[in-house]
Design a protein around this ligand. Sequence first.
Ligand code: NAD
Length: 484
Amino acid sequence: MQSIDFDTRAVFIAGHWQSASFGRTLPLINPSDGSELTQIARGGPAEIDAAVVAAQAALDGPWGAMSAAERGRILARMGARVTEMADVLARMEALDVGKPVKQGLADAHALARYLEFYGGAADKVMGETIPFTPGYTALTLREPHGVTGHIVPWNYPMQIIGRSVGAALAMGNACVLKPAEEACLTALAFARIAHDCGLPAGALNVVPGLGEEAGAALSRHHGVRHLSFTGSVAVGQHVQAAAARNTVPVTLELGGKSPQLVFADADLDAALPFLVNAGVQNAGQTCSAASRILVQADIFDDVVARMAERYKKLVVGPAIHDPDVGPLISARQRELVQGYLAAARDSGLRVAAQAELHDDLPKNGCYVAPTLLAPVRNDHRLAQEEIFGPVQVVIPFDDEADAIAQANGTAFGLVAGVWTRDGSRALRVARRLQCGQVFVNNYGAGGGVELPFGGVKSSGHGREKGFEALYGFSTLKTIAIKHD
Ligand code: NAD
């Protein structure tokens, strides 16, 4: 099998692999069995500063002078290379994130597709001419922000790098990427691929390290002109506050408590795989996980019974064996989720189904049995807080108005699904849901590289993915020319 040659203990700055100051490193743990995979660099303020300087030098040098078409060609080459190396990247993610190999493969192909999409779009973002006062010609230009900071979490590293760094590079920004300390191997592999495909030195810099060190240093760096943050609400607010001190725009892609609404006339055979998979995929550690299933009272028992059948068949195991559900990212995350399950027990919630954890699972792996709870009231803590584990609650509703009120009745607003055969109702409900994306008679639409994505309320603001991201990763300049 081919491999991607990079130094796991290094940061990648100005096209070079180098150690973090004083050779500081952190352990990287395989969540499937608790073993140490390797050590990674513990970058901090000094490395972030060097990365920002390198990014600015790239903008002042060959990267800044490059045509949009040439930027697009480099991104397209990167996408082709990611496709060639998809198996290697998927196995890397299985070891690092605990993501089942097939899901890692889907992430690698999504990364390739982002690079292909944004590579193709790089020279197609245009300004306008504006009908203005006679004697003037007025026009607009889309320009890069400059140095952009990208802080990403551990749950979908490849997809999030694709949608944020891919779009930023397409628009001619120079990026400083801070991957999560729990999982950063594919970010480093991506740097190697970018370099090999001809991305000029400094256009992409990767600095692994702790959030409160490297992440905080990037958020407050005065040389950064735009920040893209994907992660928890609390840290997102922190990043936004730091950016505000430099008057820097921020895209916040935060958490969710996304509902799927199942009306009595829904095609249940079509809905069921989506109802369950969207809750347990990536062990429930998905921002858009459908963690609340709202079901019309007439069909409630039937839907719960049919979901329960599926739960009982889920295979949980080490990611490299490609089970349905792998481990959680860390022992800490496992304890958090177990705390929610204890709270469910204490408040008397009924466990409608639980997948089995077999005795032969590695004893230091971070496994939690996927659990279906039903019925649950929408105001229960487990229906309100993001659990970030393989736990779904099923909530009954009476009619359309009740369904909409309950769906909108959390602090979050990221994604929603509507299952009904009534087209008018589908549109009516979709328009009243407070969230950034609504799927009708599907959920997730296969990742949807082309579909703008982001939240409202505590789920964040700004949009990534699709063409829309290119507007976020650029700034508009108006030129008014007086000619006589
Ligand atoms: P997190 O907020 O703890 O960490 C995310 C990133 O922020 C990591 O790189 C981390 O090192 C960094 N960070 C931590 N503290 C920081 C600080 N003080 N300053 C700057 N950076 C800091 O989130 P997590 O636990 O890794 O990820 C899970 C969360 O991410 C969930 O809430 C999930 O819903 C959300 N998420 C959202 C999306 C989306 O697109 N909306 C996608 C994936 C995950």
